[in-house]
Design a protein around this ligand. Structure first.
Ligand code: ZN
Length: 297
């Protein structure tokens, strides 16, 4: 796993991380929002079990080495990915920049494995700072009362996943498990950006037929997830509430989605069974809705 870029995506501070088998075999990019360095530093200073056991400069160093070894076709692949993410320049520009600083002396140098994911810091936005501070405070209190737990306890990773908080750790006990589970659950009601009351929002929407009207509703299957208040959802173009739409708009969207699903089903060999099943299920729903609409329009 390697950090490869830092930038802004949809007004969010993000780091781009690639999951990979070997350092040349990239297959997946993950964008993670990150906390302001100043806030993060406060937490690192307060709680020893958070501090990375590796030097954070390892990330920068790996990034340079990897960029130099990155074949041009991989960069092209990244550019395509960025295109689909709607943020040109977030990753490939930083990669190119590092590649341009080519230094033959370290070319071919092994990438140092990252064993402690805390070198990436708090992989969530600032709105969860208080939630995390409270969680870590309670953990610290518990460790102080049970010093035998201290030696083996270490936070391994703090991140947002599918819109809510995840905290991974070594050691601990049932009580710490409970504290972490409670905090993760609470995050689903706290805006990750500002800390106000929030709910799980998505960038994609589904069409639903409710009380004889058509609505756009936050998608359960597609898009990016984030827990947000109404104002931040609007700013970041996430769906907060369902939104009533006209029959003609519903018709237009459904026809377009059916065509996309038909295209997927015509090329079924290139998709996973799971995705084919999803496209078939969606099309059955869409056909039912289109029948309703044909009678009404
Ligand atoms: Zn907010």
């Amino acid at each position: 796993m390697l950090f490869l870029g830092y930038g802004v995506y949809k007004n969010l501070k993000v780091i781009a991380i690639f999951h990979n088998d070997t350092y040349l075999n990239i297959y997946r990019i993950i964008l993670l929002t990150i906390m302001d360095e100043i806030l993060e530093k406060q937490l690192f200073e307060k709680y020893e079990f958070l501090r990375p056991t590796q030097d954070r400069s390892i990330v920068e160093k790996n990034m340079e080495i990897m960029a130099k070894q990155m074949p041009d076709e991989k960069i092209k692949g990244l550019e395509d990915m960025e295109e689909s993410l709607g943020n040109k320049g977030l990753i490939s520009d930083s990669l190119k920049e590092y590649k341009n600083k080519h230094d033959p002396e370290i070319y071919g140098e092994e990438i140092e494995p990252i064993n402690d994911l805390m070198v990436f810091g708090m992989q969530c936005d600032n709105g969860w700072y208080n939630l995390l501070d409270e969680l870590f405070y309670n953990i610290q209190n518990h460790l102080d009362k049970h010093p035998e737990l201290k030696k083996n306890f270490k936070i391994e990773e703090v991140k947002e996943k599918y819109g809510t908080l995840r905290v991974y750790y070594y050691g601990g006990d049932d009580y710490i498990d409970k504290l972490v589970t409670q905090a993760e659950k609470k995050s689903g009601n706290i805006c990750e950006v500002c800390g106000a009351k929030g709910k799980l929002c998505t960038t994609a929407y589904d069409i639903a037929f409710i009380n004889n009207s058509f609505y756009k509703v936050p998608s359960e299957n597609n898009g990016w997830y984030k827990t947000l208040c109404k104002a931040d959802a609007e700013k970041l173009h996430y769906m907060y509430d369902k939104e009533k739409i006209s029959d003609s708009e519903a018709y237009r969207i459904l026809v377009k989605r059916k065509a996309e699903n038909d295209d997927t089903l015509a090329n079924r060999d290139t998709y996973s069974d799971e995705y084919i099943e999803y496209a078939e299920k969606e099309n059955r729903k869409i056909e039912k809705y289109l029948d309703i609409l044909k009678k009404r329009l």
